[in-house]
Write a protein that binds this ligand. Structure first.
Ligand SMILES: NC(=O)c1ccc[n+]([C@@H]2O[C@H](COP(=O)([O-])OP(=O)(O)OC[C@H]3O[C@@H](n4cnc5c(N)ncnc54)[C@H](OP(=O)(O)O)[C@@H]3O)[C@@H](O)[C@H]2O)c1
Length: 256
């Protein structure tokens, strides 16, 4: 299987979880040192993983990454297009470069991945493409307009790919795993905005408790909880699930 953006957060937890289930995991990210660390961690636990440095904004690097994973592991059955970025600014203050970076990573990057993954999955007899969407596909908040737009694009891409690749000869299910707020470095980037004066302990308490802004469970998800969801969505038990976004948000969007 293949995961983009597994040097950190949800992708990293998913690489570990899929490898624990026996998957051979080829993954990317731009930070080589972290990539090697995740690769080592998985191998030391008896799993199989290969880190390949790749930037999903670069069409050539995406093709090379997908080719190398499929060649190394003799085909491709499951892909998780997870790499993402978030720039925090209201729209009138958003730099055009940050807008473009968000769309190039979160939406165009997913398109590039699907483009190169789908033929390999077809030739391997079918499988699953997961995309890490977001609760921001459904609703959003100030400061992340570029991000919300990019994840709305993911919603469309997932549906388009599902109807193009669902039937034979492709036999590919395409599903968005759409997390609510999850405790990763992406969330820590909010600290100067939400709690500029908090010390480390206060910030951790804020994230862990009712202040996390999750109406239902009143806490953030842990990355391992998203990894568990990814395993479930990719499972062949979910054989009729495709073309939709599965919101895993702890009840975040349930409140008024
Ligand atoms: N945390 C949340 O609350 C939350 C909620 C909903 C959805 N999500 C989504 O979950 C996904 C994972 O985010 P996370 O929360 O786990 O954040 P994270 O810890 O910051 O991880 C982001 C991952 O994406 C990779 N990445 C970013 N740009 C890349 C690029 N151009 N090429 C290749 N890899 C790239 C990063 O690796 P490098 O920096 O090494 O390249 C890193 O591995 C994202 O799509 C995000 O939008 C997160």
């Amino acid at each position: 299987m293949l995961i983009t953006g597994a040097t950190s957060g949800i992708g990293r937890a998913s690489a570990v979880a899929f490898a624990r289930e026996g998957a051979k995991v080829g993954f990317c990210g731009r930070r080589e040192q972290l990539g090697r660390q995740v690769e080592r961690e998985i191998r030391q636990a008896g799993g199989e993983a290969t880190y390949i440095k790749a930037d999903v904004r670069d069409a050539r690097q995406v093709k090379t990454f997908v080719d190398r994973v499929a060649q190394k592991y003799g085909g491709l059955h499951v892909a998780m297009n997870n790499a993402g970025v978030q720039h925090l600014k209201p729209l009138h203050d958003m730099d055009v470069e940050d807008w473009d970076d968000t769309q190039a990573t979160n939406t165009r990057g997913v398109f590039l991945c699907i483009k190169h993954e789908a033929p390999y999955i077809r030739d391997s007899g079918g499988g699953v493409i997961l995309v890490t969407g977001s609760a921001n596909e459904f609703a959003t908040r100030p400061m992340i307009g570029a991000y919300a737009a990019s994840k709305g694009g993911v919603t469309g891409l997932v549906r388009a790919a599902a109807i193009e690749y669902g039937a034979a000869p492709w036999n590919i299910r395409v599903v968005a795993l759409s997390p609510g707020t999850t405790n990763t470095p992406m969330v820590d980037a909010w600290r100067p905005v939400l709690a500029p004066d908090a010390n480390d302990e206060e910030w951790e308490a804020l994230k862990a408790g009712p202040q996390a802004g999750i109406d239902g469970l009143k806490r953030m998800a842990q990355p391992t909880e998203m990894a568990t969801a990814a395993l479930a969505l990719a499972s062949s038990d979910m054989s009729f699930l495709t073309g939709t976004s599965v919101l895993i948000d702890g009840g975040m969007l349930a409140g008024l």
